[in-house]
Design a protein around this ligand. Structure first.
Ligand SMILES: [Zn+2]
Length: 597
């Protein structure tokens, strides 16, 4: 039965505000609360008591603003075409922009309080509830400039981000990729949105044409893309230098208190396990019966036609069964996602595409997805429930101030759920084709998340080190390095087409700041934690639940260590890639049984 015929769950946003009028009332509170907070300007250094009151005013304001924002954002995303929702969001955004300067005093003023005074304040029990919060801000003290210098830099703040804006405008607005004929002769428009689906097309000719057409356009603008990226990387390098960091890498990792060695040893560990990846490429090549693979042979399904469909109820049941290793309490909380209606699953005109989990301390951890009944949708449900349960546990356990977890650990709970679902489906099925499909699914996830993101991380490091040595980034230099990295990572079974040298130009993450390595460390952690959960050891399960409850109450590496995975060593990455090799071995066995190789 098609999932479309069955009524899919819609979320209960009235649990946030009963009506748009209730939202208006809360919205009206933002201005007076901002003024109340802003009244502390110039007073933070008076006493520990005054500082406590200022922090409380700040927290109350941010807690209210988050709730008001979540309602505006979720009502908009469920149907972006509705005028009243667009007006609501527009109104909120202009108010927040108007009020932002009034709140800006807090961090700079805090950092200017003399160290001795601050040390005395921090010993005062009235500040115990926010000591960690203040210390995180104060950790920046060695990297803050004089008041006049900060003011000068502040006045340049809008100019400083221009290279990223230039990239966005060029990439999202100005480029026109034209259209492409797919294998059935159907003409479809080539856009960033349709590119991925076209690269998953089983017809190899379609994929090749798509790839060549896309990069032809990037080649035309390669020098502009390189100049934008040069601007972004130079900004990171200059910022690190004027703020007294050893390097751009150190500056970027400092916020999470992650040492540089974690980043570099990730790259080394992946290099050490490249033969395992070459082996997977060799197997893909064999199944596809090709002399050599090309870069457009990565996203097409290895076994087309393995399409089971699921109703939403079946999907929910599978996920619930899969996460049983997390224990009875987790299962009970998970049921709330359905009984309290955290999920919006139907297809709808104007609904935001993709899937996400979103909420705040005073709302449910909502989820948006478009459920069409594919196996991928079942994995998406497991993934987003992982995010939402992480939020649920952290919100339940932590005070507001430490309830939000950091990006570094953000994908761990969601990926752990996906791995548990994979293991559960595998344990249930004896059909070799379906089992092969599952092994290929997990292998592709690890390929995309650990191998590919580490290749990105290595490229990012190359760009920053090049600029720090005084060499500007040109299109030729970037092309050359990017092509070499593809050759190195994909190995002898792959003969990359020349066009792939330009892929760097279209990756928005290269304009972030050493961000993508977190995908690789996050998935490595998740693989280890899923194995811990499956071992059935109650101590390991409790350690995992401790991670879900931790929010941002400790440093990220400490949270992960207490959960059972030490990311300060390369061991988890090595273990993840050994797991990958085992999965590829199992995939090969199943493919032999189905006579695909
Ligand atoms: Zn996610």
């Amino acid at each position: 039965m098609s999932a479309k015929n069955v009524k899919l769950p819609e979320w209960d946003l009235e649990a946030i505000y009963k009506s748009p009028e209730e939202w208006e009332k809360a919205f009206e509170e933002i201005r007076p609360m901002t003024e109340k907070f802003a009244a502390f300007k110039g007073r933070l250094g008076e006493s520990a008591e005054v500082l406590k009151e200022a922090v409380e005013a700040y927290l109350a304001l941010s807690r209210l603003t988050e709730k008001v924002y979540i309602y505006a954002h979720l009502t908009l995303d469920q149907a972006t075409g509705v005028d009243s929702s667009r007006v609501r969001m527009g109104k909120l955004q202009s108010l927040l922009a108007e009020l932002a300067p009034q709140e800006a005093f807090f961090t700079p003023e805090l950092l200017r309080i003399p160290k001795e005074t601050m040390d005395t304040f921090l010993k005062d029990p009235v500040l115990a509830f926010c000591r960690r919060f203040l210390e995180e801000i104060l950790a920046e003290r060695d990297h803050v400039l004089s008041e006049a210098e900060e003011k000068l830099l502040g006045s340049y703040s809008q100019v400083i981000g221009l290279s990223g804006n230039l990239f966005d405008t060029l990439n999202d607005t100005d480029l026109d990729f034209g259209s492409i004929r797919d294998g059935e002769g159907k003409r479809c428009k080539l856009t960033h949105g349709s590119y991925r689906a076209l690269m998953e097309n089983p017809d190899r000719g379609t994929r090749e044409r798509t790839c060549k057409k896309l990069y032809k356009v990037y080649r035309q603008f390669r020098n502009t893309f390189a100049a934008a990226l040069d601007g972004t990387v130079r900004r990171h390098a200059v910022k690190a230098k004027v703020r007294n960091y050893e390097s751009a890498l150190c500056a970027a990792l400092n916020g999470d208190r992650v040492p540089e060695s974690v980043y570099r040893s990730l790259i080394d560990a992946v290099h050490g396990k490249l033969p395992g990846f070459y082996d997977y490429m060799e197997l893909r090549k064999q199944v596809m019966k090709l002399e050599k693979l090309d870069m457009y042979d990565m996203l097409n399904p290895l076994l087309p036609g393995c399409s089971k469909t699921y109703t939403f109820e079946e999907a929910a049941r599978l996920v619930k069964e899969a996460v049983k290793p997390m224990g009875e309490e987790y299962g009970r909380y998970l049921d709330l996602a359905f009984s309290q209606r955290w999920i919006d699953a139907p297809e709808r005109q104007g609904k935001r595409s993709g899937a996400f989990s979103s909420g705040c301390y005073d709302t449910y951890p909502y989820m948006l997805m478009t459920f069409k009944g594919t196996l991928n949708d079942v994995f998406t449900l497991a993934h987003e429930l992982g995010h939402s349960m992480h939020s649920y546990y952290s919100h339940l356990t932590q005070p507001y101030i430490y309830s939000d977890y950091k990006i570094f650990v953000a994908e761990v709970a969601s990926t752990t759920n996906e791995i548990l679902l994979f293991e559960h489906l595998l344990a249930q099925s004896t059909d070799p084709r379906f089992r092969a499909y599952l092994y290929a699914h997990i292998a592709d996830e690890i390929r995309g998340t650990i191998y590919r993101q580490t290749m990105f991380a290595e490229f990012e490091l190359f760009m920053h080190e090049t600029v720090e040595q005084g060499t500007p980034l040109t299109a030729d230099l970037l092309n050359k390095k990017y092509y070499e990295l593809n050759k190195l990572y994909y190995g002898p079974a792959v003969d990359p087409l020349k066009e792939i040298e330009l892929e760097w130009a279209r990756i928005p993450h290269f304009h972030y700041n050493f961000y993508v390595y977190k995908y690789a460390t996050g998935m490595s952690a998740a693989l280890k934690l899923a194995q811990n959960l499956l071992s059935g050891d109650p101590a390991k399960r409790d350690a995992y639940l401790g991670f879900l409850k931790a929010g941002s109450s400790k440093d990220v590496l400490d949270i992960m260590k207490d959960a059972g995975v030490d990311l300060s060593t390369p061991e988890p990455v090595n273990a993840a890639l050994d797991y990958f090799s085992r999965m590829v071995g199992e995939l090969r066995k199943e493919l032999k049984i189905c006579k695909e190789i």
